[in-house]
Design a protein. Structure first.
Length: 163
């Protein structure tokens, strides 16, 4: 954690920032609120491409999360190289996102901050959160299951660090 700040900053990243990373942001934000850690953990999401910048989360992902009791908010944005310095942890959804985010850090100064979000799963065996964009409802449900699992594991780890 940056000594000049009192909060721990987490950035979730997928390709377009309309399905997976906003889902992670929405789910994790609610879990942080429920744990009464809102002022201590800052949360954002971004995409490796800027095509959807300014758009709300995908309607199908939003509907899936609403059914599970989450409030939907946020607008897509593209990740910036400055994000690697400004966030304590950058969590990507798949191998392509991992490579693209690491490529923003040509000198390798921030590579230790970049991890796969599924590294925090405790109930599911997964190496990535698959992109549900071109699939059916089962894909969105699967993403929500993985995101909820990883968000719980992530919260336990960060809360332990915060004391």
């Amino acid at each position: 954690m940056n000594a000049a700040r009192k909060s721990f900053r987490v950035l979730f990243v997928c390709m377009g920032n309309i399905c997976r990373s906003p889902a992670a942001e929405i789910v994790f934000r609610q879990k942080v609120e429920e744990a009464d850690l809102t002022g201590r953990i800052e949360i954002d999401s971004a995409g490796t491409i800027g095509y959807h910048a300014g758009h709300a989360p995908d309607a199908r992902m939003s509907a899936t999360l609403k059914k599970r009791g989450y409030s939907i908010a946020g607008k897509a944005r593209q990740i910036l190289s400055a994000d690697l310095q400004n966030f304590d942890l950058v969590l990507v959804m798949d191998s392509e996102n991992f490579a693209n985010v690491r490529a923003l850090d040509k000198a390798g100064h921030f590579h230790a901050k970049i991890h796969r979000f599924t590294d925090y799963c405790t109930r599911h065996e997964a190496n990535e959160v698959p992109d549900p964009y071109y699939g059916g409802q089962d894909g969105f449900d699967h993403v929500a299951d993985l995101v909820e699992d990883a968000a719980e594991g992530l919260l336990r780890e960060i809360a332990g660090k915060l004391g």
